[in-house]
Design a protein around this ligand. Structure first.
Ligand SMILES: Nc1ncnc2c1ncn2[C@@H]1O[C@H](COP(=O)(O)OP(=O)(O)OP(=O)(O)O)[C@@H](O)[C@H]1O
Length: 270
């Protein structure tokens, strides 16, 4: 079953008199248990897509299904309940995920408020992120790296169906980063958690099961098991992935060759 389905999603921010189109016509399907790395340059729309998938924003146009529910048909209360029970999120700024005056254990316990309290899971998560001995120290006094590891434990506390993480390893050394990635993969394998992880870290993207690229508000190539996929947009547009630009540079002409099961694009000019 697909946990995420985006159909022609458009996201427009209105800032004073200007409109910024952050996402344009995004089609995306992510199945249960997939771990997806979301890659793209700064300003491409990665965080916006994550906020939409978290139910923190509603799309300006297009339709979004989360865990089979059409978000446009959910009132705010039901959307809040879906988020608390089934979605875990790691925001880019780790401190924003935490309640600063609570300890690590209290933060994890708070994240289980919408589901059955699971103390062994909470202890195990803190152990996995190396914070078993964090004691009563308030989260607000922890280092950036500790806060980031705690934020991942908090996001996984309710065994979410969907984990959304914005650069969850940006402040971690290699060893802690690897532990976080292992934790995400284990959640997928053990609990069927689907993960979407925004990252610039190739060690993270290579460890996950699929890569989705986003550029200028459009979802581009999707790599799965070493194969490259591109999405054919509503108007029939196909975005050539950057790794093939040396063969088909943007702005060049391509010749279309019909095959039995599709088409091939060949450079028209020498
Ligand atoms: N609240 C907002 N109001 C107006 N414009 C916004 C807002 N948030 C994001 N944008 C704009 O939307 C576009 C996409 O931003 P977004 O933060 O989703 O990109 P990103 O890929 O996550 O970038 P980064 O890697 O730098 O975090 C950018 O042009 C950004 O300036």
């Amino acid at each position: 079953m697909s946990v995420v389905r985006c159909d022609g999603i458009v996201q427009i921010y209105k800032a004073q008199d200007v409109e910024v189109v952050a996402l344009r016509d995004v089609d995306l399907v992510i199945d249960e248990g997939e771990t997806v790395a979301l890659l793209g340059p700064s300003g491409a729309g990665k965080s916006t897509l994550l906020w939409l998938l978290a139910g923190l924003l509603r799309p300006s146009a297009g339709r979004l299904w989360l865990d089979g529910a059409d978000v446009s048909r959910l009132n705010q209360r039901r959307l809040d309940r879906l988020r608390a029970a089934h979605i875990g999120m790691v925001l880019q700024n780790p401190a924003r995920n935490l309640i600063g005056y609570l300890s690590a254990a209290q933060n994890v316990a708070f994240a289980q408020r919408a589901v059955k309290r699971d103390r062994p899971r909470a202890r195990d998560l803190l152990h996995q992120v190396g914070l078993s001995d964090a004691g009563d120290r308030p989260a607000g006094r922890m280092s950036g790296g500790e806060q980031q590891r705690l934020a991942v434990a908090v996001a996984l506390a309710n065994a979410p169906k969907l984990l959304l993480a914005d650069e969850p390893t940006s402040q971690l050394d290699e060893e802690s980063g690897t532990r976080v990635v292992e934790l995400i993969k284990r959640a997928a394998a053990d609990s069927g958690t689907t993960a979407v992880v925004v990252t610039h870290d190739t060690a993270v993207s290579e460890a996950l099961s699929r890569t989705v690229t986003i550029r200028d508000g459009r979802v581009g190539a999707e790599g799965r098991s070493g194969e490259d996929f591109v999405v054919v947009g509503r108007e029939g547009a196909v975005q050539v992935p950057p790794e093939y630009h040396h063969l088909l540079p943007p702005g060049s002409m391509a010749r279309i060759e019909e095959l039995e099961d599709g088409i091939a694009l060949r450079r028209a000019e020498p």
